[in-house]
Design a protein around this ligand. Sequence first.
Ligand SMILES: *Cc1c(COP(=O)(O)O)cnc(C)c1O
Length: 226
Amino acid sequence: MNSYKDIRLYCKEREVTLVAVSKFQSIEKIKAIYDQGHRTFGENRVQEILLKKEQLPGDIQWHLIGHLQTNKVRQIIPHVDLIHSVDSLRLLKEIQKEAKKINRTTAVLLQIHIAQEETKYGLRSREAMDIAEYYSQSPQLFSHIRFCGLMGMASLVENEKQIRKEFSELRNLFHLLKDSYFLGNTDFREISMGMSGDYKIAIEEGSTLIRVGSLIFGNRPATNLS
Ligand SMILES: *Cc1c(COP(=O)(O)O)cnc(C)c1O
């Protein structure tokens, strides 16, 4: 059984984009998935994208899915096709500033905190609304940002009902933002939710883009490349 091919087919039939999460995985393993035709890979660290990009074919689309520090924005934006993890207005402004400097629009998702667990990352719904409101008042301040949708991670629990509830909250917030601020904006269409353990639930709840690592690559090595 080839789990990559299974997931790819599962996504294709449902018109969902598959991001293969290759964090901590070797160049050889990534190349093996690439050779099966896959082009969209996700990493959670800036340094790891830069390192791997040098060693892999140039037509890969890299997605940054992990927390981005403002001081790394300049380094990373020329190299990524989508940043899933925008979790503050400050970060967004930094991306705008650096993207403008190099005259390259950067596609982003707002990361929303939907899990029960306390983590440092992710916007509250209210904060995401405030950002969208600010954008609608002053779109010129975001001339080099392309708002493409939302991203979220469900709680790491077995309780399917809980996971489903969190995903549906993200979908509802997406539609609220879409209707209030991004109506007629065809870029704003992605709901990035679902990982190895919960991608089927996520797709049932409206995911357009899933981020799957261990199911494709096997368990992650304990250490990374750097
Ligand atoms: C690691 C990671 C994933 C993939 O996790 P798996 O459980 O291995 O599929 C997805 N999203 C984010 C943000 C991650 O950091």
